[in-house]
Ligand binder design. Structure first.
Ligand code: HMG
Length: 393
């Protein structure tokens, strides 16, 4: 078996941000409900000319630039917020990043879970083709009904990884705990722009899936939670991960100090508190946050990452942090990206998030507002038109 894992990882989000204090005020809710009850401070919001493609291109561009041309013959694009029922959003990214045409590109869907499927498929592929690298991108914009209880749990962002046989950051391990069940906790029919969600039920199913994945990991591979030092969770809101970890502490990590364990989880929540739910990218934003914000050296520590996608599929992916991983992280770039977001008020946020593209084919041009390199300039004859700018970020 050759070693396979994450060689490089990068994140980008929408260029606007809403402070949840403003949402709390608008909805006449105590802001502590959001800060403490949900564990969220802000949510990233896409500008008019940003979407899952432009965020994905922003996230993946630095990775593609660090590899020789033609390095990627496979691009897997994970998303819940696909822009076309047929064409993969990854093809637009492939074009924007000027990648080699000798490449396969495909989109994967299963709510927030699909990035994990993409990662596992990429890892298995590299096992057979160790000289190749796979570019995996997860990009999403979370949208619920305005003024609903779910509104504070929105957000947007994209994560990109290079999966290859020289995993400088994290080595992916074979054992995985799996669970699938047909449930209606969150879903979005093709005609619907915002998700339907049974919020309390979804949190319950998330925990049930977590429990079932641990059981599968133990039954199939003889692996227990005690074998891991690091834990990351899918992050619809950061308090969900705290609850998931508390559940684990009660049932599986009984010998560990709960306070120390929860403190160790904290670095994985830092970015998500600022960004919100970015669906398929959310669990991996947690991983990135853990690696970049932990003060401890995590080298050789064993990681269990719980990925959850409503509907539902759960998976515990297992991995080991590689020696020297710190050298390959881009913490400053990520922090600066988050700091540079433009603060929007409640009216502007609602306009940006809920103004959907015309569905009748009438042409639309978007104003050039993104500070990013890639933008959606318009939709003409039902075709999305993207542009690249050399001078920006
Ligand atoms: P809600 O009904 O508004 O919240 O909806 P609540 O009343 O249950 O309050 C939330 C917490 O805040 C509670 O804490 C309150 O006590 C606390 P808990 O009891 O849970 O520990 N609270 C306060 N704390 C401090 N000061 C206060 C205060 N007031 C209340 N003044 C809900 C919350 C998450 C259900 C809603 O926002 C929602 O429906 N969100 C969307 C669904 C979701 O995120 N589900 C998570 C699991 S499913 C999943 O992760 C998949 C998903 O990402 C989609 C996909 O897979 O594609 C969603």
């Amino acid at each position: 078996m050759i070693t396979v894992g994450i060689e490089d990882i990068s994140f980008a989000s929408g260029s606007c941000v809403l402070d949840l204090k403003d949402l709390a005020q608008d909805l006449d809710v105590d802001v502590e409900k959001y800060h403490q009850g949900l564990g969220q401070d802000c949510m990233s919001v896409p500008a008019e000319d940003e979407d899952i493609v432009t965020m994905a291109a922003m996230a993946a561009a630095p990775l593609v630039a660090r590899y020789p041309p033609g390095s990627f013959r496979t691009l897997l694009f994970a998303t819940e917020t696909g822009i076309d029922n047929s064409k993969s959003a990854g093809i637009y990214v492939h074009q924007l990043l000027n990648m080699s045409k000798n490449c396969r590109v495909v989109e994967l869907k299963q709510a927030c879970y699909s990035a994990t499927a993409a990662l596992q498929l990429a890892a298995s592929y590299v096992q057979c083709h160790s000289e190749e690298k796979v570019l995996v991108i997860a990009s999403d914009i979370a949208r619920y009904e305005p003024r609903s209880k779910a509104e504070p749990t929105q957000g947007c962002g994209a994560i990109a990884f290079v999966i290859g046989s020289d995993p400088k950051i994290v080595r992916l391990e074979k054992p995985a705990g799996l669970y699938t069940e047909d449930v209606m906790d969150f879903w979005r029919p093709l005609y619907q722009d915002v998700g339907f969600v049974d919020g309390k039920f979804s949190a319950k199913v998330y925990l049930q899936a977590l429990k079932a994945c641990w059981k599968d990991l133990q039954d199939r591979f003889g692996i227990k939670a005690m074998d891991f030092q690091l834990f990351c969770y899918h992050l619809p809101f950061t308090r969900m991960a705290v609850k998931a970890h508390q559940y684990l502490l009660q049932d599986n990590l009984v010998d560990r100090d709960p306070q120390a364990e929860l403190a160790k989880l904290e670095p994985s929540l830092v970015y998500s508190r600022q960004v919100g739910n970015c669906y398929s990218a959310a669990a991996y934003l947690g991983l990135l946050s853990l690696l970049e914000n932990s003060h401890e050296d995590l080298t050789n520590q064993k990681l269990a990452l719980f990925s959850y996608g409503s509907g539902c599929v759960g998976e515990i992916l297992t991995a080991t942090v590689m020696p020297g991983y710190q050298k390959y992280l881009h913490k400053r770039q990520h922090e600066e990206g988050l700091k540079a977001r433009r603060l929007v008020n409640i009216e502007e946020y609602r306009r940006l998030l809920y103004t959907m593209a015309p569905k009748d084919g009438s042409p639309i041009q978007y104003p050039h507002v993104t500070p990013g390199r890639y933008r959606l300039s318009g939709i003409v004859e039902h075709k999305r038109i993207y542009e690249t700018f050399v001078s920006a970020q």
